[in-house]
Design a binder for this molecule. Sequence first.
Ligand code: PBG
Length: 307
Amino acid sequence: MLTETHLGVEHLIYPIFLKDGKQIKEEIDSLPGNYRWSVDKLLSELEECLKLGIKTIDIFPAVDEALKDKTASYSYAQDNFYLLAIRTIKERFPELTIMTDVAMDPYSSDGHDGYVENGEIMNDATLPILAKMAVAQAQAGADIIGPSDMMDGRVGVIREALDDAGFINTSIMSYTAKYASAFYGPFRDALNSAPKHGDKKSYQMNPANRREALLEAQLDIEEGADMIMVKPALCYLDVIHELKSTFPIPVTAYNVSGECAMVIAAARNGWLNYDLAVYEMLLSIRRAGADGILTYFAKDFAQFTRK
Ligand code: PBG
């Protein structure tokens, strides 16, 4: 009766890494228990996830280095394995909500989320590329488009492109307050997507700033975002709280790879209890105000909370 915050598998979104090929299930060194899957093997894994009550997944592509270029052209190529896999997954599991990622970095020979010219990230030149990518993903069957690139103005451009292509019901979960964080390391290992030069500080947010998150949220909402996200989650619980208190729109949080890797590493050393630590972390993110949480713990959580 007195418990203020509830946490269940229905609040979780499970991020999954996809790789081209067959019969692949490759463990990520810096994120043990998480894998790069080929779509054939992923299907049985997803069946298991659905049985455990996981209703939403977010898929990220690990792209062969040879297919990367300056304009991320593979991201909307007809034969793109990621788009084909989304189609396959959607056909097999229409009840599964599929979120996809919009940003150039998995496909960019520069390893940046935006288009690079003379070492600078070109915000406006990036926008049409992101719009094409988003429409290609919607065509493949994505339900939620997740722009994680942090270019200014991209939510509006993506919304317009989706609407023009007839995808009026495809929603946008905007990475609204995405900080230039040290906690993305294992994710970049998983996709081999670390920047080849420089860092992401010209487009991702300064960890010192909270008020700036309000401005980012206001812009994203005006441009048509359906949900706004804070990322990472744990070092930014105050930002989650602030956005949730200020805006009448769903707020989600991304419990990122580095946050999960810390717990996995400590638990494997016997330094803390994995299940209890995971539960407490996720609960704190919900208590701060997140409606939904993207977390690599989703499947383990679903398993250990099952009656
Ligand atoms: C990049 C992207 C990143 C993550 C999701 N999308 C990394 C980055 O910005 O370099 C990180 C997720 C995680 O660490 O779990 N578009």
